[in-house]
Design a protein around this ligand. Structure first.
Ligand code: ADP
Ligand code: MG
Length: 232
């Protein structure tokens, strides 16, 4: 059983097409893009600005619907699902990290990490215990009561990562998560992401311009003419 499950990608993008209407013209951003994300594998998405990285991540994260093609999560097609069902999958199976932390400013680090768990229906005490555990795992035990404004950029981003994995997602999507950080801090945040992949076997896709970090990941892909190509 376990072996069989391993052979199904956590997320599979099949022949994804995405176009945007720009006045009179139609921009084709993704054009038959295919990508499989596997449990325990980190994938770098390295491509120029404007080539469709964020669009691809949003589609993989069920934040945006493709015009054509199918997004499979755990082998199940998602295009026919209701908004409520897509939202449920997003909350339980998918973690998202952005370039800016997007933490709620009036809440502590702990509360920010508790939030997605409580939205999913966990009791406050259970959510707090788990939030503490994840924050400690990411080296933030001394920062749980801090608000985002009282944290450094790297700490804010690690709290955002803790929040993204609070519900133990099967896939973690990160859109230039170290793009705002200095090299040393970027390294620290990247380490936190990689640590989570090996500890939890989450499938990870990171859009990044940082070639050093990309080189340390399991696999590298790019976007060319709207399609995903393997690098190396
Ligand atoms: P990247 O993340 O690689 O920089 P994006 O996925 O953000 O690229 O954008 C790809 C292209 O699609 C860009 O040319 C962008 O201007 C265009 N685009 C993205 N979102 C929209 C939108 N909502 N409406 C119109 N054009 C968009
Ligand atoms: Mg982008």
């Amino acid at each position: 059983m376990a072996e069989e499950a391993e052979e199904i990608p956590v997320v599979y993008l099949h022949d994804i097409r995405r176009q945007y209407q720009q006045g009179e013209t139609t921009l084709t951003i993704l054009d038959g893009a295919k990508l499989a994300l596997w449990a325990g594998q980190s994938v770098a998405l390295v491509a120029p600005s404007g080539s469709g990285k964020s669009t691809l991540l949003h589609i993989a994260g069920l934040l945006e619907q493709p015009d054509e093609g199918e997004v499979y999560v755990g082998g199940d097609a998602t295009s026919g699902l209701s908004d409520a069902e897509r939202t449920r999958i997003r909350r339980t199976e998918i973690g998202f990290v952005y370039q800016s932390h997007r933490l709620l400013p009036e809440f502590s680090a702990l509360e920010n990490v508790m939030m997605p768990q409580m939205i999913r229906g966990l009791k406050r005490s259970e959510a707090a215990d788990r939030a503490r555990e994840i924050l400690a795992y990411l080296g933030l035990d001394a920062r749980v009561t801090h608000r985002p404004s009282e944290l450094s950029g790297g700490e804010q981003q690690r709290v955002a990562i803790a929040r993204a994995v609070a519900n133990a997602p099967r896939v973690l999507l990160a859109d230039e998560p170290t793009g705002n950080l200095d090299p040393h801090t970027a390294d620290h945040v990247f380490h936190a992401l990689m640590q989570l992949v090996s500890a939890t076997r989450v499938a990870m896709l990171i859009a990044t311009h940082n070639m050093d970090l990309a080189a340390r990941m399991d696999r590298r892909v790019s976007l060319e003419n709207g399609q995903v190509i393997e690098l190396d």
